[in-house]
Design a binder for this molecule. Structure first.
Ligand code: PLP
Length: 413
């Protein structure tokens, strides 16, 4: 059966323009209205389709980008959330992916080739480390992981010939802050691209593109979608780079339309959620710092005066993720977690409910004891991702769980 004759639909029908003065919270709610595609509906539809009609006569215009072709490549449901994330990060273009790892894999594989060098922090999300250390060397790409000390000296580690620099700030799980502006200057000087995974900070708290990065990636599964019910990823950057990443549509890391719809729905409340999570992060970090059962608190800017100075320059607020190490050692972790009422033990972060995880047993379990120690991680460390519960309730919950550990002699090192 031949495809029905229809007028090719334009991709990306424009969004209702907002006045210059509209702030972030207003843009999140009103920034992607598109009445001509939505039949006037206040909430746009889900285009739950894998493919689109187009008349054979229009094949050529389809290839030139005139119509939607196939959901692995594009779908109108993706455009609203992508536009919101683009505006939040201040980039030229944004694309959605099926997960943060989908976004990271498509980005890295699109930008490097055999013989290239990638420079990356050793403190990265475990999946990114696996991709860089397991897959890339098979294709002749050299990857250099940097210690915390090297991460403070970009001038000494980025060489002419380095193709890509991959950073996270704040890092996971020690919440270290890396000077993104300085890294961007050095990468630019040496002809390397700088990509920043901004998942922990969120675009509400930090905009790496404004600090000079070339690309920003997100696990949108975390704060952007924010309800522990969606897997998604996003990349934001200049059109020329995103076209190279688009060309890898055959990698297949496209979102499902329903996931994209849920992401768009969730983005409307992002600034409210993150403001609450920032407040809880600060208040719980303060309470932990005062508690005798806590040996050390890890929170952006608190690791050293230098990091405080960097955080003040590049972050609007410090976020809702923090880590603590228990003075009584690894044996105290289980009783502490069991005593928490409102903080559930689960990996992931950035959701409306508070979550706790033990990095040495979850995200960083593939590292040896020596590698963990190099990163300042041990079995007594717990990472907390604070949700949108009452900040005072979270402070009380965490404090009572620490109190219940009793007087704690310092564990032998
Ligand atoms: C900083 C960071 N980047 C990327 C990812 C991967 O995202 P996803 O789980 O959506 O693939 C994660 C997941 O925890 C993460 O924490």
């Amino acid at each position: 059966m031949s495809a029905p004759e229809t007028t090719p639909r334009k991709r990306g029908g424009s969004f209702d323009p907002l006045p210059e003065w509209a702030g972030v919270a207003t843009r999140l709610v009103h920034g992607t209205r598109r009445p001509e595609l939505n039949s006037g509906a206040v909430v746009g539809p889900i285009y739950q389709t894998s493919t689109f009609h187009f008349p054979a006569a229009h094949t050529e215009s389809a290839e030139r980008g005139g119509v939607y072709l196939y959901t692995r490549l594009e779908n109108p449901t993706f455009e609203g959330p992508a536009e919101t994330i683009r505006q939040l990060e201040g980039g030229e273009e944004a694309r959605l992916f099926s997960s943060g790892m989908g976004a990271i894999t498509a980005t890295i594989l699109s930008l490097v080739r055999s013989g290239d060098e990638v420079v990356a922090l050793q403190d990265l999300y475990g999946g990114t480390i696996d991709l860089l250390s397991d897959l890339l060397p098979k294709f002749g790409v050299r990857v250099r992981f940097l210690s915390a000390a090297e991460a403070r000296e970009p001038e000494a580690v980025v060489r002419k010939g380095t193709r890509l620099v991959w950073l996270e700030s704040p890092t996971n799980p020690t919440l270290s802050v890396v000077d993104l502006h300085r890294w961007a200057d050095v990468a630019d000087d040496r002809g390397a691209l700088l990509a920043v995974d901004n998942t922990f900070a969120t675009p509400i708290n930090q905009n790496p593109l404004a600090l000079g990065a070339d690309l920003v990636v997100h696990s949108a599964t975390k704060y952007l979608a924010g309800h522990s019910d969606v897997l998604a990823g996003a990349v934001v950057g200049p059109e020329a780079l995103l076209r190279r990443i688009d060309a890898k549509g055959y990698l297949g890391a496209s979102p499902d339309p329903f996931a994209a719809f849920l992401l768009g729905r969730s983005l409307k409340t992002l600034s409210l959620r993150v403001a609450r999570q920032n407040e809880s992060g600060r208040r719980v970090a303060d309470a932990l710092a005062r508690h005798p059962a806590v040996r050390r608190v890890f929170y952006p800017g608190r690791n050293s005066p230098e990091e405080e100075e960097i955080a003040r320059r590049q972050m609007r607020a410090r976020g809702g993720v923090l880590s603590l190490s228990l003075r009584a050692g690894p044996d105290a972790v289980d009783p502490f977690l069991r005593h928490l009422r409102f903080v559930h033990v689960a990996s992931s972060l950035g959701s409306v409910e508070s979550l706790a995880s033990v990095p040495a047993l979850t995200s960083h379990r593939h590292l040896t004891t020596a590698e963990l120690a190099e990163r300042g991680i041990d079995g007594s460390m717990v990472r907390l991702s604070l949700g949108i519960e009452e900040p005072a309730d979270l402070v009380r919950d965490v404090t009572e769980a620490l109190d219940a550990l009793g007087p704690s002699p310092t564990a032998p090192l």
